[in-house]
Design a protein around this ligand. Structure first.
Ligand SMILES: Cc1cc2nc3c(=O)[nH]c(=O)nc-3n(C[C@H](O)[C@H](O)[C@H](O)COP(=O)(O)OP(=O)(O)OC[C@H]3O[C@@H](n4cnc5c(N)ncnc54)[C@H](O)[C@@H]3O)c2cc1C
Length: 399
């Protein structure tokens, strides 16, 4: 049996390694990724400040995959013919028995005029390095700063992290007093995070904003970004010499250009709780590629739910387990709805951190706690070191 996994970062590399570990010689696994590198995306927030270089948080994945018996094709998947079970790539065609889509997000920069041209985005190595350069320039001639998330965004947590890190950086550069720092968010309250909040989160974030003298606007959208200001949907204009925004994520072109995948309008793969396609029994999805319905109603400005690293890794594992079960003729598959996966997340706040733990990502939860650590931010560093070690060694079975 041959399984082709498209996308090999958090979700895809886990699915591919687990398939091979569990399926051994019965299972041929091909992983297709346009990038030869594994990238620990969460640490990109530190790259603009020089706390990490991209090389510190990435490594070549071909050697580890080959060592574990997974064939790696460094190519871009262009589309899939689900009838004939063939993936078309820029390096030729690959046939499959089972297909796993783990292609992550495409960033929707055209969410509002000027976002692509004038706002920085730190979620790609290129974007993070451009931001580093822009901050070097900013230092010479400081002014207002706007950090936040646009309407329809879901990854607000990373933008909060950047906000507190830039605040710390401004103090280190001794220019904090020259900067009016603004946080803008579509969330209807601080700390909603696209998961309808955690008890105590709003109060804690409000106290952080007060302590660090950060102005904030909740339930706002971005009308337009200019070189020197951000215009909100409310008509308010905030002067900004530097802007960093988290735009919404949508599905990648490979998915939207493959009608056979029957993706949602946002370009995500519709699956049941076993991460199997709703109508195509040999197509599976894991990580950000999965369609997840936000479990809340927004206020006036729409926003979405985040798809973080832990559930991405978990869904990769579930998909691998279920493909093996199907191939063994079993009918009972492992099921875990996205919202029922435990919530494990660390929000770095620049020499401070908040650890967020819950038994389920979405409400109703039996328990959910936020543990602030105002003295140091070592948990995210531990998470980074652990995840890089685990992946570099191919220990995909570990949490
Ligand atoms: C700035 C930032 C900070 C974050 N911080 C945190 C955090 O602190 N904690 C946390 O849990 N989560 C965090 N996240 C979320 C986390 O990064 C994601 O949950 C995780 O990366 C999702 O994994 P994935 O495998 O689904 O997608 P990705 O990691 O995006 O991987 C997708 C892979 O698919 C490949 N690909 C895409 N299209 C194609 C194609 N057509 N052909 C071939 N290959 C393709 C890409 O090259 C990539 O390797 C953060 C995200 C961002 C942007």
């Amino acid at each position: 049996m041959k399984t082709v996994v498209i996308g090999g970062n958090f979700a895809g590399i886990t699915a591919a390694l687990e398939l091979k570990r569990k399926g051994k010689d019965q299972q041929e696994v091909v992983l297709i990724d346009k990038s030869p590198l594994f990238l620990f995306v969460p640490s990109l927030i530190w790259v603009p400040f020089g706390r990490r270089d991209v090389k510190d948080i990435s490594f070549r994945k071909d050697t580890i995959l080959e060592k574990r018996g997974v064939d790696f094709l460094n190519a871009e998947a262009l589309e899939v013919d689900t009838v004939n079970q063939i993936v078309k790539t820029d390096k030729g065609e690959v046939n499959y028995d089972h297909l796993v889509v783990a292609t992550g997000p495409k960033v929707k920069y055209d969410v509002a005029p000027g976002v692509k041209e004038f706002a920085h985005y730190i979620g790609t190595p290129n974007g993070a390095m451009k931001t580093r350069k822009a901050l070097e320039e900013f230092k010479k001639n400081p002014g207002g700063i706007v950090v936040g998330a646009t309407q329809n965004a879901g990854c607000m947590g990373a933008a909060y992290e950047f906000l507190f890190n830039i605040e710390k950086w401004l103090r280190e550069q001794k220019i904090r007093k020259k900067v009016d720092l603004y946080w803008i968010t579509p969330e209807n309250y601080l700390g909603h995070f696209g998961i309808d909040g955690i008890k105590g989160g709003e109060t804690m974030l409000k106290s952080f904003m007060k302590m660090f003298n950060i102005h904030f606007r909740t339930e706002v959208g971005v009308k337009e970004v200019f070189k020197d200001k951000v215009v909100l949907n409310t008509g308010e204009e905030i002067p900004a010499k530097f802007t960093m925004l988290m735009p919404p994520f949508v599905g990648v072109d490979f998915v939207t250009k493959s009608p056979g995948l029957q993706a949602t309008p946002a370009g995500y793969i519709p699956v049941t709780d076993d991460y199997r396609h709703v109508t195509l029994p040999n197509v599976w999805a894991a990580g950000i590629a999965v369609d997840v319905k936000p479990p809340f109603t927004c206020g006036e400005v729409p926003f979405s739910t985040p798809k973080t690293g832990y559930p991405s890794d978990e869904t990769g594992k579930i998909v691998a387990e279920n493909i093996i079960r199907v191939q063994k003729g079993k009918t009972e598959l492992k099921k875990k709805a996205w919202g029922k996966i435990p919530g494990i997340c660390v929000m770095d706040a620049g020499k401070k951190e908040v650890i967020i733990l819950s038994d389920k990502l979405f409400k109703p939860r039996n328990f959910a706690i936020m543990i602030p650590n105002v003295f140091y931010d070592f948990s995210k560093v531990l998470f980074e070191k652990y995840f890089l070690w685990k992946t570099r060694n191919g220990y995909s079975q570990l949490p």
